[in-house]
Design a protein around this ligand. Structure first.
Ligand code: PLP
Length: 380
């Protein structure tokens, strides 16, 4: 089955009892068992729920994984991966990662005597030098957030395998419609399903997709023991969102490309960060690694200071000033004061997240309307 067919048919089989083409939402928290000490497929909704399971089956199929787990948020999914580690272990993460992941690693996970360091994952050989004898987890994001850096996932995987390190990829920005990290050798994929998977800014969720049964079982144990599962209703919304994922992403990528070209030619803009632009340092890798588009996230720097940047971000009318991304409506934000405010100021500066940076999440509105909106916000 092709991607679009899988997204509609796997995990969405018609209800055998009623013939309903959309499976019902199962709200029960507990399930009657065949006998004392004898267990049916479902026993208690934290441990397993039919609606959540349907979503997990679709996600596993779309990411070419063995099995998936749906969580109450992207951060809960990320946290579950870190709970595979033990005191004394080390996590190596790419430097261009989501601010909340940075905060989780540096301010929560490190309390368990797990050390964390960041390195530039766009340079695989140099990144590999940052692997320590006690490194147990490598965390990657591509495109990175908010600089849209591109990491050669297959190259990092190859180096990590020599050190027996688990490679996890936050695939929120690319989505499986464009990149499937497990096919490139990664061990686990994480999603903030809140973004493109849900796609409509109306549900919070997360997911992990494991490459094999062994890793799946370890992650399932963590999820069941700690309890951050996705609710049945949110599971249904994510399943519904997935049916149009490929179509939405295709259209959003096309508009993002047009906007990037338009911004790159505008003298009011200092630089555009979008992997679809040939001058982007990761363009060649992205062209190979991302199939069918370069994503619908782009960042740019305006000419001017913090106040000027803030004023531009606050002046759009269609692009709404909000964090988050990946939905049908376009959003605008200033990473230094919003999505990446949880970075320490020096780390932010060291990683090139300047005060002049603006990040766009390109939605499904018409290109002309979005261009005109940015044009009026940039002023003369
Ligand atoms: C790339 C990325 N990863 C992870 C997360 C965290 O996901 P959630 O907000 O669903 O917990 C986000 C949220 O913005 C994100 O953008």
């Amino acid at each position: 089955m092709k991607f679009r067919t899988k997204s509609i048919h796997i995990g969405n089989e018609c209800d055998p009892q009623t013939g309903a083409v959309v499976p019902p939402i199962h709200v029960a928290s507990t399930y009657v068992q065949p006998g004392a000490g004898e267990w049916g497929e479902f026993d208690y909704s934290r441990s397993g729920n039919p609606t959540r399971k349907n979503l997990e089956r679709t996600l596993a199929a779309l990411e070419s994984g063995h099995a998936a787990l749906a969580f109450s948020s992207g951060m809960a999914a990320t946290h579950a991966v870190t709970m595979l580690l033990q005191s004394g272990d080390h996590i190596l993460a790419g430097s261009d990662i989501y601010g909340g992941t940075y905060r989780l690693l540096h301010k929560i996970v490190d309390r368990s005597n797990i050390s964390v360091s960041l390195a530039d994952s766009t340079q695989p050989a140099r990144f590999a030098e940052a692997i320590r004898p006690n490194t147990k987890l490598i965390w990657l994001e591509s495109p990175g957030n908010p600089l849209m850096s591109i990491t050669d996932i297959a190259a990092i995987v190859q180096l990590a395998k020599e050190h027996h390190v688990i490679v996890a990829v936050d695939n929120t920005f690319a989505t499986p419609a464009l990149t499937r990290p497990l096919e490139l050798g990664a061990d686990v994929v994480m999603h903030s399903a809140t973004k493109y998977i849900g796609g409509h800014s109306d549900a919070l969720g997360g997911a992990l997709i494991a490459k094999d049964q062994e890793l799946f079982e370890r992650l399932y144990f963590v999820q069941n023991a700690t309890g951050a599962v996705l609710s049945p209703f949110e599971s249904f919304l994510m399943s519904r969102g997935l049916k149009t994922l490929a179509l939405r992403v295709e259209a959003q990528c096309a508009t993002a490309m047009q906007l990037a070209d338009w911004l790159a030619a505008d003298p009011r803009i200092r630089r555009v960060l979008y992997p679809g632009i040939p001058s982007h340092p990761g363009h060649e890798i992205a062209a190979r690694q991302m199939q069918g588009g370069f994503g619908a996230m782009l960042s740019f720097e305006v000419e001017g200071d913090y106040a000027r940047t803030k004023q531009v971000a606050e002046s759009t009318k269609l692009f709404q000033l909000a964090v988050s991304l990946g939905a049908v409506e376009s959003l605008i934000e200033q990473p230094a004061s919003m999505s990446h405010a949880s970075y320490d100021a020096e780390d932010r500066a060291a990683h090139g997240i300047t005060d002049g940076l603006i990040r766009l999440s390109v939605g499904l509105e018409a290109f002309d309307d979005l261009r005109d909106d940015l044009d009026q916000a940039l002023g003369s």
